[in-house]
Design a protein around this ligand. Structure first.
Ligand code: UDX
Length: 442
């Protein structure tokens, strides 16, 4: 089929590239001309394992195109995906101006019956709104059917997820349009769940809110474990054996970040509020997440009461491993707090350094390796559980002024730290003191 995808962020680009890979002819549209020129050469604007290779293959095989011209992009499209951003407004609600603009563009250019698929995460009721914007502004006498098809891909494994997802959700008022989209997706071999539009919109928010709840829940349990001397990893493993609970998304840490959970949880609170429902549980989830991001610095300050002028290594800046995405990364909160108390921050991330530089500028120093970051530091903070950090030669920590690690991601086994005489504080697990005991640094 001929497909157009509007918006080439994570969702749009991965959708377009993977649809071309299963045989559709896809034109990706974006208003950013510079980005389009790069993508036409197979250069991906984002770091996503497997994406560039798949782009180049499908461009060369004549199935994947990029343009900034909507008219040209829509010309032969039988299906148009909307995958533009829905950024968070100050009050937590989703800003829908990009989505609404695309609806108007579609109405101006559609010259044949088209199925419009909303991939962007939009509040319940938005697809009906998109339908009415299109119907009101149509230039030609064609039939446009809007359906909801929320995206569940995870950054860092987005291509893998496209082919191995748990489900494809299709929300539609038209059996025919739903079947068209089911057919388009068939080669992915992912189970399809069909429902009405509003329920599909809600499935996306409810899923992300539930996963965020799991994370905040285990983070609270971890804080209690620390006080009681229990080990949250064992607790999570033991809980996860119960199939009703499941063993995924129970890693305690420094809180969730990224482009979805923080935004979607706040948006769902807002959506509930709009129908006069107080989503108390989710409000707690958001509060716990904010608290969790601050705990690392609390632990550091307990060990080094006067942080001014201290050199602190920060390992990992991306909001999670295998991505260069810094959106809502806990590292931004932590580094900002460190800078505010006069710390000299030396940061290292295997992939996200360029994006980090754009945000943090010269407020922190950037190292080229774990070794360089930790050398001569008074403490090391671990913010992202990159394999490069997990598998580092523990000997590198000997080059610190004093071997103190505060690990927000539980990267190391407690025994390993004990054996290497490193003072080690992690999340929800007993602390390991160095042989010399807790030497207060000041
Ligand atoms: C998420 C959803 O998983 C995905 O389905 C949706 O489409 C978009 O939002 P993503 O933002 O890519 O995907 O990241 P995810 O892997 O879900 O992690 C989100 C955050 O939660 C990260 O900051 C991660 O570090 C944190 N997390 C995750 C935990 O702290 N503990 C866990 O056990 C799992």
């Amino acid at each position: 089929m001929n497909v157009a995808v509007v918006g080439t962020g994570y969702v749009g680009l991965v959708t377009g590239v993977s649809l071309s890979d299963i045989g559709h002819t896809v034109t990706c549209i974006d208003i950013d001309n510079e980005k389009i020129l790069k993508m036409q050469q197979g250069i991906s604007p984002i770091y996503e394992p497997g994406l560039s290779g798949m782009m180049i293959k499908n461009i060369n095989e004549g199935r994947l195109y990029f343009t900034s011209d909507h008219k040209q992009g829509f010309e032969s499209a039988e299906v148009i995906y909307i995958a533009v951003g829905t950024p968070e407004r100050e009050d937590g609600s989703a800003n829908l101006s990009f989505v609404e603009q695309v609806a108007k563009d579609i109405a101006s250019h559609a010259i044949r019956d088209t199925v419009v698929v909303t991939k962007s995460t939009v509040p319940v009721g938005t697809n009906d709104k998109i339908q009415s914007i299109i119907d009101k502004n149509l230039m030609y006498p064609v039939n446009i059917e809007v359906i909801s098809n929320p995206e569940f891909l995870k950054e860092g494994s987005a291509i893998y997820d496209s082919f191995n997802g748990d489900r494809i959700v299709i929300g539609s008022n038209s059996e025919e349009a739903a079947s068209t989209i089911e057919e388009i997706n068939k080669p992915f071999g992912v189970p399809v769940f069909k429902t009405d539009i509003k329920s599909a919109e809600m499935i996306k928010y409810a899923s992300n809110a539930f996963l965020a709840t799991k994370i905040s829940f285990i983070n609270e349990i971890s804080n209690i474990c620390e006080r009681l001397g229990a080990n949250v990893e064992d607790v999570a493993n033991g809980m996860g054996l119960d199939k009703r609970i499941g063993d995924k998304f129970l890693n305690a840490g420094i809180g969730y970040g990224g482009s979805c959970f923080p935004k979607d949880t706040k948006a769902l609170i807002q959506i509930a509020g709009n129908v006069e429902y107080d989503f108390e549980l989710l409000k707690g989830v958001v509060r716990v997440n904010q608290k969790q991001q601050g705990l690392l610095l609390e632990k550091l300050s307990e060990r080094i009461p006067d942080l001014k002028g201290k050199r602190i290594a920060v390992l990992g800046l991306a909001f999670k491993p295998n991505t260069d995405d810094m959106r809502e990364a806990a590292s931004l909160v932590v580094t900002e707090e460190l800078i505010n108390v006069g710390v000299e921050v030396v940061a290292y991330d295997p992939i996200a350094m360029d994006n980090a530089r754009r945000i943090l500028n010269d407020k922190v120093q950037y190292a080229d390796s774990v070794e360089e970051a930790v050398s001569g530091s008074d403490a090391t903070l671990i913010l992202t559980e990159w394999d490069e950090v997990r598998n580092v030669n523990i000997g590198v920590f000997k080059s610190m002024n004093y071997p103190l690690i505060i690990d927000g991601r539980n990267c190391f086994a407690l025994e390993q730290m004990k054996d290497n005489n490193i003072e080690y504080h992690s999340v929800g697990r007993p602390s390991v003191s160095s042989k010399n005991g807790h030497v207060l640094l000041s």
